[in-house]
Ligand binder design. Structure first.
Ligand SMILES: O=C(O)c1ccc(O)c(O)c1
Ligand SMILES: [Mg+2]
Length: 582
């Protein structure tokens, strides 16, 4: 299908927007009026610029507060419309979006609205222009798409049809099945936006929190399938009002929008089928283990946790450390200790990279000696390298040894996202890796708020937590690797006895509160182990190490089907980390 985007969805000036939208591979644009008003170019040059870039101008918008008005206002509104029609001729646009009236001066009655829209459509028809009528979710009288359709049907003019906007429909909880009763040729335009579920005024929700399909909680692809069943053949057009997008890099946002439409098409094509390349587990996590300023190295922490160095790469300064099913690569190429890459077990690494590439992810070049294992990798939006592994990579690290120990594997990794690319990260991990969102949270931090989203593969073999930290002066964005074990109390006892300096200290006040809420083993307090319990009785025991560079480790034990991440305890950790408990 043709792909379009409203210029309001990305940052920049109109000419920057057009260039970025074309570079991202869109076929067309909706020109948002404010972008045009602020542009120094005359409409003819904007038209030529778009054409040179290979973009069609699919829609001009919005035309506000037109219908259901008293007679004197109608005359003024028609005059206003004539001006916009002339502008559209100069711009080479033949579809005008008219959104439902939000003004308190509206006079009610479908007959009146239909009659006035019919007049507008007649005037438009004289110039070969069509009108797409859109029910804004906060429209004064018309705020449901089926109401807009009843009025358009009453008006009964070939140049009057509907603009359907997924946000307005889904934010009100309207059932999109009704779209199938609208003749496809009367749906003149389809605008797509997703949004997180928020309990707030719908206008504020729409103007600040929309996001690209796949980044929020709406079933946008389900809505699109109803629109296609109705016989709609126009473009899929993104229309997103988002405070972060307005500040983010123009080209990057446009590319992300394109990724969301490609993923949406994949979902429509593969409806009901499993994701093609969902990973089956963590092959490894790779950490840069340079010389940290404070002297401690990740390797010391790993040794304390019971890991053994089992191999060294033949040509690169990379060591393999193992314990149980957990494999960590330490890369001594310099830089502050940080989590730089994740290896995922994949049945088809080549296919996984192709899939990632089809979703516009940069494929990483790998310089490798001819005898080394083939590695397929792409870059995630946060810069983390994602490797797809079929097991052959381990042969680089002969001899591969079994290291029995308390740790059984990698439970999850927590990555810090740049704040203005948080939604991009979620879409990447959902579409490229087939992870499913498990929920999002906002957690108090002594100096701000931590926004966090958890995602997991079906079955939970791969779990990731994406955080955006508000980083204050002197703070570092932290990442962590959570290691699974079967007996956390035993691990804690040993660490407390042998390496007490590796453990993050937990305040006594936490245990006073914990003991008020749950009947817990008093030993938790003595060992500094944190505890959580879910509504279904699942339990979670965990502890944290101190931070080295940007990285710390968590050790976790899941009991009774616990699916969370101990979010209730994260604010305690953040406060201790901030207060120099490291
Ligand atoms: O927020 C608005 O005013 C607005 C304008 C035009 C649209 O298409 C829309 O969905 C919302
Ligand atoms: Mg809209």
């Amino acid at each position: 299908m043709r792909k379009s985007i409203a210029t309001v969805s990305v940052s920049g000036t109109l000419t920057e927007k057009l260039a970025a939208i074309a570079a991202a591979g869109f076929d067309g644009v909706e020109i948002f009026e404010n972008d045009l008003l602020a542009c120094p170019l005359p409409p003819e040059q904007i038209r030529d610029r778009a054409a040179d870039l290979g973009l069609t101008i699919d829609l001009y918008q919005p035309f506000r507060d037109f219908e259901s008005v008293p007679a004197d206002l109608l005359a003024r509104n028609l005059r206003r419309a004539e001006h916009k029609f002339r502008l559209m001729e100069r711009l080479g646009a033949d579809l005008l979006l008219v959104c439902s009236n939000v003004s308190p001066t509206v006079v009610g009655g479908d007959e009146l609205a239909a009659g006035q829209l019919r007049l507008l459509a007649e005037r438009a028809a004289e110039r070969g222009i069509r009108i797409a009528y859109e029910a804004l979710a906060w429209g004064r009288h018309v705020n449901e798409y089926l109401h807009a359709w009843r009025i358009a049907r009453l008006a009964d003019h070939p140049n009057l049809g509907l603009c359907l906007d997924s946000f307005h429909i889904l934010s009100r909880g309207s059932d999109p099945i009704g779209i199938e009763a609208i003749p496809g040729e009367k749906i003149f335009f389809l605008q797509l936006a997703d949004a997180p579920l928020l309990a707030m005024d719908v206008l504020q929700w729409s103007r600040h929190y929309r996001c690209f399909p796949g980044q929020g909680n709406f079933d946008v692809s389900g809505l699109v399938s109803h629109v296609l069943n109705a016989g709609y053949a126009g473009p899929l057009s993104l229309e997103v009002f988002n405070d972060h997008f307005r500040q983010a890099d123009t080209r990057r946002t446009a590319r992300d929008g394109m990724r969301s439409l490609i993923a949406l098409e994949d979902t429509l094509k593969g409806a009901g089928r499993a994701h093609p390349v969902v990973p089956s587990g963590f092959a490894f996590a790779e950490l840069a283990d340079g010389d940290p300023a404070e002297g401690r190295r990740i390797s010391e922490v790993l040794a304390g946790l019971g890991f053994l160095r089992t191999g060294t790469h033949p040509t690169k300064p990379v060591e393999l450390w193992q314990q149980g099913g957990a494999r960590l690569l330490l890369n001594a190429t310099g830089g502050d200790p940080a989590l730089v890459a994740i290896g995922l077990d994949s049945a088809d690494p080549g296919g996984a990279v192709k899939h990632a590439e089809s979703l516009l992810s940069p494929v990483l070049p790998r310089e490798r000696a001819p005898e080394e294992a083939r590695l397929d990798a792409v870059a995630a939006p946060d810069g983390t390298e994602i490797f797809f592994c079929d097991g052959s990579w381990l042969s680089d690290f002969e001899p591969d040894r079994q290291v029995p120990g308390e740790i059984t594997g990698i439970d999850h990794v927590a990555l810090t996202q740049p704040w203005h690319y948080f939604d991009e990260g979620e879409l990447f991990y959902r579409s490229v890796l087939g992870l499913r969102p498990q929920g999002s949270l906002e957690l108090p931090d002594p100096y701000g708020l931590l926004r966090s989203k958890a995602m997991a593969s079906p079955g939970g073999a791969v779990r990731m937590v994406l955080n955006i930290a508000q980083v204050g002066p002197g703070d570092i964005p932290r990442q962590h690797v959570a290691l699974a074990c079967d007996d956390l109390m035993a691990v804690a006892r040993r660490l407390r006895a042998e390496h007490p300096g590796l453990l993050l200290p937990i305040p006594a006040n936490y245990y006073d509160d914990l003991e008020a809420r749950h009947e817990v083993d008093p030993e938790l307090r003595h060992l500094g182990v944190l505890y959580d319990k879910d509504e279904r009785g699942g339990e979670f025991l965990h502890l944290y190490t101190v931070t080295v560079g940007r990285v710390f480790f968590e050790i976790v034990q899941r009991i009774g089907g616990y699916e969370g991440y101990g979010a209730a305890n994260a604010p305690i950790r953040l406060a201790v980390q901030h207060s120099g408990g490291n």
